[in-house]
Design a protein. Sequence first.
Lengths: 480, 176
Amino acid sequence: MNWWAAARSALSFAVLRARSNLACRKRAGSVAILAALALAAAFASPPNGVSAEPRPEQAQTTHGVPVRRIVSPGGLEAWLVSDPSVPMLTLRAYWRGGAAVEPSHLTGATGVMADMLTEGAGNLDANAFKERLEELNMGLGFSASWDGVGMSVTTLTENRDAAFEMARLALMSPRFDEAPLARIKRQIEVSIRARETNAGYIANLALDNAVIPGHPYARRIELANLQAINRASLMERKNALLARDRLLITIVGDVDAATAGRLIDSTFGALPRAGAPLPPIPQASVRTGQPMIVRRLPQPQSLILFVAPGIQDEDPDWIPLAVANYILGGGGFSSRLMDQVREERGLVYGISTSPSVRDFSAELRGSAQTENGDVAQALEVTRAEMRRLYQEGPTEAEVADAITYMTGAFALSLDSNVKIASVLHGYQVAGRPIDYVNRRNDLIRAVTREDVVRVIRRLFNPDSFTFVVVGQPDGITPTQ
Amino acid sequence: MYSSVSYTTDRGREAHALDVAMDILGGSDTSRLYRALVEERGLAVGAGASADTSGVGGGSVTVYASPSAGVELASLEGAMDEVVARFLAEGPTDAELARAKSNLAATAIYARDSQEQLAYWYGSSLAEGETLEEILGWAEQIRAVTREEVMTIARRTLTLNSSVTGYLLPEEGASE
């Protein structure tokens, strides 16, 4: 790996193509940022466990993020951070309405549409378009999630206007040519065939069917859906979804307000004022404590997932939940589950929990990976630890440590234009006020042990969780 | 996978030229491998190449492809070798060379956006024996790479006699 590979991959959004319905992302930002810097560390920690996260003591946020709301001459609103220190800028846009609102005959079309927006536009076919992106040293990408369609533009200041012209072209004049469409469908076909041996896919599908059966979030793309996707369906989804009345924009970097307003108007100003009305999606009522599920997959390890009903991020208990989750399973090597299940007993390589929020569902999710022979004991210890926390609550020290880490580590998620744009845009999409980024640490510092106990009693009842095991676990009897 | 020079073991601009060569051969969706195998022939769903030019004792080059449904790995491997052979015979076009150099050089600016990436870049380069001047001059040296340098290092590196090939296959008897 060369040092520049990371910088490069940040531009290659094509690599990140989130195939909607295959791997739908959680709502951008809100969860990942608030609850779980540490979570991310837990998920990403190497199984050999060398990740001792630095824990800044008493870190105070003295430098706020100078974010402000601007309105373009054409009337489009955006959040802006002007910072000329590096000659580059980045824009994130998001349209509410994603794969979950697809009519069933268009299943999968939103994700393919998003991918196809960078496969040729105007006079440029797919190859010419991508060559031009490279000539401009820019990144341009679109991706669909369950709840919306996201867009990202990153460019050097010197190529700024030409880069945003490419973004405009992709949005306004995509070609949706046959050859790149056939290629993308071929790529998705391979992933559909491969997913039947993917433990994560099998486990998530089993859980969705157990706790939110019939909800749009439990839907997956099938080969027949894929075959049905054509140019007309891509056009239909683009026209229905990519309109100005549901658009959220964040722009960060070497750009002043006047220029930002001009770029926003030139890029988005010609989109339809209003898209199709978004069909109502019911708020999923997540079932509690369903019988244990076991799915056999021939492999030496098992994947364990567990889920319980959670709360939406508008809930007043959301921030105490972030602290509670850190203590149970969010804090990497500081969490009770990691300490007891991995460190004390060596039963798993990793174990973690996190709140998972989408527009129409709120869950608490956990995961662990272990050898087939250790599954039964890992489950037993996990449940016992959850019960102990539920009955006894956390110690004052655990609450204080969680707050110290979560507030101190926040600065590390704001140390570049690209990261600031991600964090702010996540808050914007989650419907937070614009100053939330500068208030977030104070809100966490205000959390008391009583708050944490309340949220644990409300949400962490071990009997609320439904477990699924995928692999060849020893001594586990499925109850369904 | 082929063995190669690294920034520590190379002479002159060899490692820079190798990074440029691999970018053209397989660094993006406009690369030779992706275009030929994924777009034109439809044999693969993904294909590319990358150089790891960071080792103290030398580096390596990886060329990879994942087959489309129903494509045999042996025929895909043959097609990969054809693309590589053609690249070695023809060399890059002027446009390919310019794009690759400009893109690599631009990463030096994007890296400045991230404290972590800057620290990683400087720290790993210094640890591998490079000087501050070499690090600061990296983008300039990338821009200076010539077509001849690209061809020389590509021909020296991409020889099948110093390569090893791996297939990832399902378990015997496992269902499709």
